[in-house]
Design a protein. Structure first.
Length: 255
């Protein structure tokens, strides 16, 4: 379950490349683009510019380089030429990248054009909830501490945490042990040890936490039709705290 220092170095390299992908996304004007256009550009960037592999392609039979989860889509949104990003949308792009046999996983919810204040508040709360979880990571802490920190922040801001999906260990495989729940009780669950690597990726709903899967077998939406937002980083437990392996350049100054 724990990784050797040389493995964490390889995971960090995959994370560094994945952060570059989001840096490119940050510069794109998303209004009017289809989610398939975004997918194809990300696929090309990962393969031809970064010399890596989109790790989601072929995983569980999935055919694309990313998930595009827009507005009431909680996760696993499938890119489509028919889905055009509109002014006022929020959309999460969840991307995995493999380099030298090791996988990094990260996601970010984007504000498309002029977004309403309630949607902006949700997105900001989801981002802060992820960071509350990350800050709880240290040797001797528990996964219950991490989940509790995330859910407490969401609830204090009037939001709910999706319970059907969670973070996960990661390394040579996209999904490894442990499962990382985004709710929990302090001082319960797995005790964290130096060398553990996993994702923290809370899905925060504007309304109730209940979700359903659409007929395509992939796309998960809120049952009440209200908005959902998500952020994700891959982290490693260090001797004294936590290292975010997918940290993006703009975050280095703030965290």
């Amino acid at each position: 379950m724990t990784k050797r220092p040389e493995e964490i170095a390889l995971l960090a390299e995959s994370g560094r490349l994945l952060a570059q992908v989001f840096g490119h996304l940050d510069r794109w004007s998303l209004v009017g683009m289809s989610t398939m256009q975004v997918n194809d550009l990300v696929d090309d960037l990962i393969v031809h510019e970064l010399g890596a592999r989109p790790a989601s392609k072929g995983q569980y039979g999935y055919a694309y380089a990313l998930n595009a989860s827009r507005n009431a889509v909680v996760c696993h949104g499938v890119p489509s030429t028919a889905e055009i990003l509109q002014d006022g949308d929020i959309v999460n792009f969840d991307i995995t990248l493999e380099k030298n046999g090791y996988i990094a996983d990260s996601s970010k919810t984007y504000l498309v054009g002029a977004v309403s204040q309630p949607a902006r508040r949700l997105v900001q709360a989801a981002y802060e909830a992820m960071w509350q979880g990350i800050r709880a990571v240290r040797p001797g802490a528990t996964l219950g501490d991490v989940g509790h920190a995330i859910e407490r922040h969401a609830r204090r801001n009037g939001y709910s945490i999706v319970r059907e999906y969670c973070g996960h260990g990661i390394g040579r495989e996209m999904h490894e042990e442990p499962q990382v729940l985004h709710w929990g009780r302090p001082r319960t669950g797995l005790v964290l040890r130096e060398g553990m690597v996993f994702t923290i990726e809370p899905m925060v709903n504007q309304g109730r936490h209940a979700v359903r899967t659409e007929d395509d077998g992939w796309t998960v939406v809120t049952r009440d039709g209200r908005l959902s937002a998500q952020f994700e980083h891959t982290v490693a437990v260090t001797g004294h705290g936590v290292r975010v392996l997918t940290l993006r350049p703009e975050e280095e100054r703030r965290h």
